[in-house]
Design a protein around this ligand. Structure first.
Ligand code: KMH
Ligand code: ZN
Length: 275
């Protein structure tokens, strides 16, 4: 089995500072979190940005500061979110790609998202992909539902998306596929040929889904974006969630990938100098 790639998603777009004091809101906090998570075994950081008071922002300046702060303190692969927050325009979501992060997410279809709708029509996806291609950014395909894998194949058939890519199965969003071993296997069976995969289980399913993926040879995403609890009643810090999956991987005989090993596994062109 390949070494385990651990992605940390430290902040996301849905949580408020009232829910947990451990959200990294500022660029410096994101950088410090990246360093702590690298030390704990992470190799990718999935970046959303907030203003100092916790409001979501997709301002290019804020992403520039965040990327600089992360790169000043770690060698983690910087992966920007292009999902942003519900209500952001597709143009806002794509704008930070001009900073040329090594990776960025592409959610592969529209999905109910709690009581909201997370809109990812084909024109939106084509627009985000073309901004990624223009900037040499490697996509991570986020799939919240099985049909999203069909959409990825459709985008590849029309030439908008190069395959294979890394696919992250986000399981347990209310409105998407539930988090279960059966659904994870359904996703893996439907992967486009040659794709690597990871799983991001939502809420209390983060740990069981990660454990299954470690045993199956997949990769994992953990972090507060998907789950704020370490155990019932105890709020987690990002690095604690990373350290726990690293420990489980060690028990199962699976070493974790360094950021540079993850770059090799994901066929990334290489670490570019700080922006
Ligand atoms: N915040 C969600 C609406 C991504 O980062 O690419 C979308 C999201 C996906 O978090
Ligand atoms: Zn995200």
């Amino acid at each position: 089995m390949e070494p385990l790639i651990v992605t940390v998603a430290p902040v996301g777009a849905e949580l408020t500072p009232e829910q947990t004091p451990y959200l990294p809101l500022t660029p410096v906090q994101l950088g410090e979190t990246a360093a702590a998570c690298e030390a704990a075994g992470a190799s990718i950081v999935h970046v959303h940005c907030r203003t100092d008071d916790g409001t979501n922002t997709h301002a290019v300046e804020r992403f520039r500061d965040a990327m600089q702060a992360i790169r000043a303190r770690s060698r983690l692969i910087v992966q920007f979110s292009t999902g942003g927050a519900i209500g952001m325009t597709p143009q806002e979501r794509a704008a930070p790609l001009d900073l040329r992060p090594e990776m960025a997410t592409l959610t592969c279809g529209t999905v109910n998202f709690g009581d909201d709708v997370f809109e990812n029509s084909f024109p939106i996806m084509r627009g985000i992909l073309s901004a990624m291609q223009r900037n040499g950014v490697t996509p991570e395909l986020e799939v919240f539902d099985l049909g999203h894998l069909s959409n990825a194949k459709r985008l590849a058939a029309e030439g908008a998306l190069k395959l294979p890519q890394h696919v992250d199965c986000v399981l347990g969003v209310p409105g998407g596929l539930d988090a279960s071993v059966e659904h994870l296997v359904d996703c893996i069976r439907a992967l486009p040929a040659g794709c690597s995969w990871s799983v991001a289980g939502i809420g209390r399913m983060q740990l069981p889904m990660a454990t299954v993926a470690i045993a199956m040879g997949g990769h994992v995403r953990v972090g507060l974006e998907d789950n704020i609890w370490y155990t019932k009643g105890k709020l987690a810090r990002n690095e604690e969630l990373v350290a726990r999956v690293t420990r489980i991987a060690a028990e199962l005989g699976r070493p974790v990938a360094t950021p540079d090993e993850a770059r090799r596994i994901l066929r990334l062109p290489g670490f570019t100098a700080a922006a």
